[in-house]
Ligand binder design. Structure first.
Ligand code: PLP
Length: 481
């Protein structure tokens, strides 16, 4: 919710009160430099003790509600037939409308099972955009991801309200080209993560569903960020302003054959699930569940998290809860833009994304501008962001880099975790960094793992620019912060 102050300013309002806190540290710049060198210029390899604001991800880092924590205390630790599972299944049925729920330990486990059950070598999987783990699982099963985004998707300074839409004409052409028998499913990802947390519209989902249904192809919905997409539909799509988040989610689900989600995002728990009303699809996936995850009534999750997810799914339908991240992201992005920082617009659903190609135009893509931006943000602030660009894109079979469509540093806003002053601090340090951007140079790989290299890869700065940057920072702010 946004509130207008008497001086005309509008600010996002926290519709909750904080009742448990965790202490955080602001390590001085020299310590940040040492930590970054120890982490091989990869923000994934930093430790919490060296991080001030952890904006790496919103995955598993959201503040739980008191009701979620309370539910964890009454979890039923049965291997088979756990009452906690039935409470989750009831929540899914009530909120999303599906008969069957298959719990899994997190979102990528759902992707593994779906890819195992549906994708054959030679298949293609059309989607509005890929997610790192989705693509990895489809690739591992011999399939190929086809991203059918619209021309608007890659405009990082755009105004289009639904940059996560799929290009429906391209979908028709793809099915005609490959044949429906080679398209095991069409995937739509809510609040499309890697293009800046951008939503798709209800109208687009309906059109995609209609095309897929004509060919008997199931529609798979990655709903890890479903409540944010529903919230943005309510704000941006004509005809939805008076609908509840629950009604919008139910309408979205009326187009969906198989739903899956990471419970770590919108649902503020740590787990995941697949849901469907189709006996056939359920029967295809179920046998694999105990092979990879655990028995069908816990799926590799702690029953405490099963309980928290059941409550979290119900709470996703609450307007204030659904908007808690989105409204802070909007404020964050608008403040960055006001200070001249090239943040991705319009604001998306999970993070403020900063466009590294506009921030650091002097760094060629081969030298990982988004990686340089994410690491320099940390040096200048202690704020941990995530590289979403060429470092996060694995090389092709010959080992050659595949240049990403976008080079972004993603500053996730974990739901209900950070306050206005912390956001203001991040904005200010990013603005300082932008003014000193000429000091930032590129990176090169020192060690490259064979798959999803962004997790454990180690890099090194070209020309030791980290030291230069910290020196400039200390000249302006001293050595204490
Ligand atoms: C996080 C995420 C996943 C993967 O879920 P994990 O729980 O991290 O395994 C899949 N899709 C989307 C859109 C996500 O945001």
């Amino acid at each position: 919710m946004y509130v207008r102050l008497s001086d005309g300013r509008e600010i996002p309002m926290e519709m909750h009160k904080v009742r448990i806190v965790q202490k955080t540290n602001l390590p001085p710049a020299a310590q940040r430099l040492a930590a970054m060198e120890g982490a091989g210029y990869n923000t994934f390899l930093l430790r919490t003790r060296d991080v001030f604001l952890d904006m790496l991800t919103d995955s598993g880092t959201n503040a739980m509600s008191d009701n979620q924590l309370g539910a964890m205390m009454v979890a039923d630790d049965a291997y088979a037939g756990s009452e906690s599972f039935y409470r989750l299944q009831d929540a899914v049925k009530e909120v999303l409308g599906f008969e069957h729920t298959l719990p899994v330990h997190q979102g990528r486990a759902a992707e593994n099972l779906l890819s195992k059950a549906f994708v054959k070598p030679g298949d293609v999987v059309p989607m509005n955009y890929h997610f790192t783990t989705t693509k990895a699982h489809i690739d591992l099963n011999g399939g190929q991801v086809l991203e059918l985004y619209t021309d608007e998707a890659m405009k990082t300074d755009g105004t289009h309200p639904f940059r996560g839409n799929m290009d429906v004409q391209k979908l028709k052409e793809t099915i005609a080209e490959y044949g429906a028998e080679h398209v095991p499913f069409v995937r739509m990802e809510a609040t499309t993560n890697l293009i800046g947390g951008q939503p798709f519209s209800m109208a687009n989902l309906r059109e995609v569903k209609a095309v897929a249904a004509t060919h008997g192809i199931p529609l798979v919905f990655d709903g890890s960020l479903i409540s944010e997409n529903a919230f943005l539909i309510r704000q941006r799509e004509a005809g939805y302003a008076d609908k509840s988040i629950g009604e919008i989610m139910a309408e979205l689900m009326s187009c969906v054959d198989i739903f899956y989600m990471s419970g770590r995002k919108s649902a503020a728990a740590r787990g995941g699930l697949i849901a469907t009303s189709s006996e056939e699809y359920y029967g295809r996936i179920l046998p694999w569940l105990p092979v990879y995850e655990g028995f069908a009534t816990y799926g590799g999750m702690s029953t405490k998290e099963v309980e928290a997810m059941a409550v979290g799914i119900r709470e996703m339908t609450d307007l204030d809860t659904a908007g808690s991240g989105v409204e802070f992201v909007r404020y964050f992005v608008e403040r960055l833009v006001a200070r001249g920082v090239p943040a991705v617009t319009p604001p998306g659903g999970l993070a403020a994304h900063v466009d590294a190609m506009r921030f650091l135009p002097h760094i060629p893509q081969e030298e990982y501008p988004a990686g340089a931006l994410a690491t320099s943000i940390y040096l200048a602030s202690g704020v941990r962001s995530m590289e979403r660009g060429t470092v996060s894109t694995d090389p092709d079979e010959s080992g050659k880099d595949v240049l990403a469509d976008l080079e972004l540093a993603r500053l996730a806003v974990p739901r209900r975790v950070y306050t206005m002053s912390q956001i203001e601090y991040a904005v200010d340090r990013l603005a300082w960094l932008y003014a000193h951007r000429h000091l930032v140079k590129g990176l090169k790989f020192a060690h490259q793992p064979p798959v999803l290299r962004f997790f454990f890869g180690r890099l090194a700065p070209l020309e030791d620019w980290g030291r230069e940057l910290v020196r400039a920072f200390e000249a302006d702010f001293g050595t204490e912060c």
